[in-house]
Design a protein around this ligand. Structure first.
Ligand SMILES: [Zn+2]
Ligand SMILES: [Zn+2]
Length: 238
């Protein structure tokens, strides 16, 4: 099984050394590993480790230049948005979205407000209790319905949802469910519930350093162990 696109990677544009390498370094590894597409999907500016707003344009221009330098690979401008409210609001608005090729969305505990985050750290617990499955599910479905997103990142990682319901809503809008090489918390029953909806999956590395670009070993093992049909995964070839 060959995975040929990696649409979830973090670069040095993420704050606090969250992503370790330059975009060019990530791209070079992607080429070495014979990937056909890579997306640079740093956290959105609302996340404490996110790209600074004033650097978004610079980051985009850098990617556009690299496209000319490395025509053998497709390089996409992406962001990983954070789910920030029960109403399904995310920290990538439509204006920000206009300059992106791709938008991922996930829930992150640290996603509630830059510098004051440490003080606010308890907030996510009251908003998104780990086991408040019903309201967490509604938050995801609201986010799917009201935002222009392409991929739901690492579902079930930090808060629990009814994955069957989230996957059904995603399937209706053509949004992909991620099989994340680093964060993989789906149970066998989760997989069964998702497969019933006919949703499509995408395998991602979620690389934060160059050597992890194109690393899919855990994800592939998960696909094999759970007998997820290859036709349901959009970025693999036999
Ligand atoms: Zn994430
Ligand atoms: Zn990520």
């Amino acid at each position: 099984m060959k995975v040929y696109k990696d649409l979830h990677t973090h670069s040095k544009y993420s704050k606090w050394n969250h992503g370790k390498n330059t975009i060019e370094e990530l791209v070079k590894v992607a080429i070495e590993k014979k990937l056909e597409v890579i997306a640079i999907s740093d956290h959105a500016p609302g996340h404490p480790f996110g790209v600074r707003k004033k650097l978004l344009e610079k980051r985009r221009n850098e990617i556009l230049k690299l496209r000319e330098k490395y025509p053998q690979i497709k390089i996409l401008v992406g962001l990983e948005a954070n789910l920030v409210s029960k109403n399904g609001d995310i920290d990538v608005d439509s204006k920000l979205r206009q300059n992106l090729d791709i938008c991922l969305m996930g829930f992150h505990r640290a996603g509630f407000g830059g510098f004051w985050n440490m003080l606010k750290f308890g907030l996510w617990k009251s908003l998104f209790g780990k086991n408040q499955i019903k309201s967490n599910t509604t938050a995801y479905i609201n986010a799917i319905e009201k935002n222009n997103i392409d991929i739901i990142a690492h579902l079930q990682q930090y808060i629990k949802v009814d994955v069957g319901k989230v996957a059904a809503a995603a399937q209706k809008k053509g949004i992909l469910i991620e099989i994340n090489n680093r964060h993989l918390k789906f149970t066998k029953d989760d997989v069964k519930a998702m497969l019933k909806t006919g949703c499509k999956f995408i395998i991602s590395s979620d690389a934060h350093r160059k050597n992890s670009v194109g690393e899919f070993e855990n994800a592939i093992k998960f696909v094999v162990d759970n007998q997820i049909p290859i036709e349901n995964i959009v970025n693999v070839k036999e």
